[in-house]
Design a protein around this ligand. Structure first.
Ligand code: GLC
Length: 481
């Protein structure tokens, strides 16, 4: 089966978050089970230096009043045979940032999204390879599903589309005028198409038009059909519920391998985890000038600092945790400037207990996963979440809110033993988080149980194999076979 992934990001070539990680690793697993998967991505400025092969024939089409030409070039995904095709157009894509720059979101994002989506359908004219499944990721690629439907009658082969929702919060909302720029059939406007509350909503258009829909965990697939989690699109999702499945993301096990990770001071193996963990913890404490205390529980955070991630709850309880517990915190993240400042101030005032690093740094993230005893993820909602999975593999016991992919990856039995591999808590309140952190602290005092749960976390299966099989089934389903 031939599948074209359509995505604004693909790790490690260009990424802002989990979406890029998934698009950069799932295709490898799909190839392993015999699917011919390829990826289409815009030639962002940061991709320009990648060695690429240029196709002689560009593609071009009209958007709004202008005709745009896209140069097609290709490379292969790291250490694999998965082709990545780029569409290059300097006016639309040669800029710093994927969706925004320091001035905010790009004003022509609707046009850029239509360009990527329509290019997916036109690509075969340049490269000669014809996809059967167009697999679109998130709002920027979502309208691919509509461009296909618009010409479905002209295909001489069976064609289907799959839209994966990585995060319902980002929908791509623009105006009716922007919709007209797409030259999609005007009947695609309206309640059953791209219109949502009088505006253009790219994700909604995709939800209405995709042959099949997936999201990145079974629990999130249920949650998004409710008012609480549906971000206003719950009615569309309920309407399409029969075509929607939740498939839990895996992680790239070879890139995230604590027994071979060159970013770490000590290598971590399940059988001898305490040795490797001790080295990584004391190195992390030294790096941030925290007190060198092996017996103090170290909590790690690697996150974007937005409302979704719930770290404002942690900010509220840090003063009491500092007073009433033996604990240290290392926080890596960026986003909301209020949260950035608040975490930095706590670190300045308590330099032996709290360290804050603002930004994103892949190697530091790895050192935090490896050097922390517990990993905090108090998300208000979490479609899947990759960080808790990286943390588990690196022997940091996850503490997450019972939602989305956190609920699907973290096992937390009330008694704490057996198969537990972390902690879940229900209420997104400072008290809820405080209680669960104290549970973790008391586990930390009981070494044997702590080791047991850490071992369970490290032994969890993370690979993409199961997910790949579920995607393969979804593709077959989308082709009506
Ligand atoms: C988004 C979601 C996150 C998910 C990732 C990959 O970033 O917020 O939960 O893990 O996409 O699917």
């Amino acid at each position: 089966m031939k599948i074209l992934f359509v995505s604004p990001e693909v790790s490690p070539l260009v990424r802002t978050g989990g979406l890029g990680d998934v698009v950069g690793s799932l295709p490898l697993a799909l190839r392993e089970i015999g699917l011919d998967v390829r990826i289409l991505c815009p030639l962002h400025k940061e991709c320009k230096d990648i060695p690429r092969i240029l196709f002689p024939k560009p593609i071009s089409f009209r958007l709004g009043k202008k005709k745009y030409t896209f140069f097609v070039s290709s490379t292969k995904l790291e250490k694999s045979e998965v082709p990545v095709y780029f569409i290059g157009n300097d006016v639309l894509f040669n800029r710093s940032g994927i969706y925004s720059d320091e001035k905010g979101d790009f004003p022509d994002n609707a046009l850029r999204a239509f360009a990527l989506s329509k290019a997916a359908v036109e690509l075969e004219k340049s490269i000669g390879w014809e996809a059967e499944i167009f697999h679109a990721h998130d709002w920027m690629a979502a309208s691919t599903c509509a461009f296909i439907n618009a010409i479905k009658g002209t295909y001489k082969r069976k064609v289907g589309s799959v839209l994966t929702i990585h995060n319902l919060e980002h929908q791509g909302t623009f105006s009716y005028q922007d919709f007209l720029d797409s030259h999609l059939p005007t009947k695609y406007w309206g309640m059953e198409g791209f219109e949502h509350n009088g505006a253009l909503n790219l994700l909604k258009g995709g939800i209405q038009h995709a042959t099949k829909l997936t999201t990145v965990s079974p629990t999130y697939a249920q949650e998004i059909k409710t008012v609480e989690f549906g971000q206003g699109l719950e009615k569309s999702l309920l309407y399409r519920a029969g075509d929607l499945v939740g498939i839990l993301n895996g992680i790239d096990e070879s890139s995230w391998d604590p027994s071979r990770d060159s970013a770490l001071a000590g290598k971590i193996q399940i059988a001898t985890a305490d040795e490797g963990k001790d080295v990584c913890k004391s190195t992390l404490q030294k790096e941030f000038s925290l007190a060198q205390e092996p017996k103090v529980a170290l909590f790690g955070v690697v996150s974007r600092l937005y409302n979704q991630k719930g770290l404002d709850l942690l900010l509220k309880i840090i003063p009491s945790l500092l007073q009433n517990s033996k604990s240290q915190f290392v926080i890596l993240g960026s986003g909301d400037s209020h949260q950035e400042r608040a975490f930095s101030e706590f670190a300045q005032r308590n330099p032996t207990r709290i360290a804050t690093s603002i930004g994103f740094d892949d190697e530091l993230a790895r050192r935090i996963f490896a050097g922390s005893d517990f990993f905090l993820m108090p998300s208000r909602f979490e479609p899947c979440g990759l960080a808790q999975q990286y943390a588990m593999r690196y022997g940091s016991i996850p503490i997450g809110r019972e939602t989305g992919g956190l609920a699907d990856t973290i096992v937390s039995h009330p008694s704490g033993q057996d198969l537990s591999n972390g902690f879940l808590f229900k209420d997104a309140t400072p008290q809820g988080l405080n209680e669960v952190i104290h549970k973790a602290l008391s586990l930390f005092e009981k070494q044997l149980e702590f080791f047991e749960i850490r071992k369970n976390a490290m032994q969890r299966r993370f690979s993409w194999v199961t997910a790949a099989e579920k995607y393969a089934k979804t593709y077959t389903w989308a082709l009506g076979k």
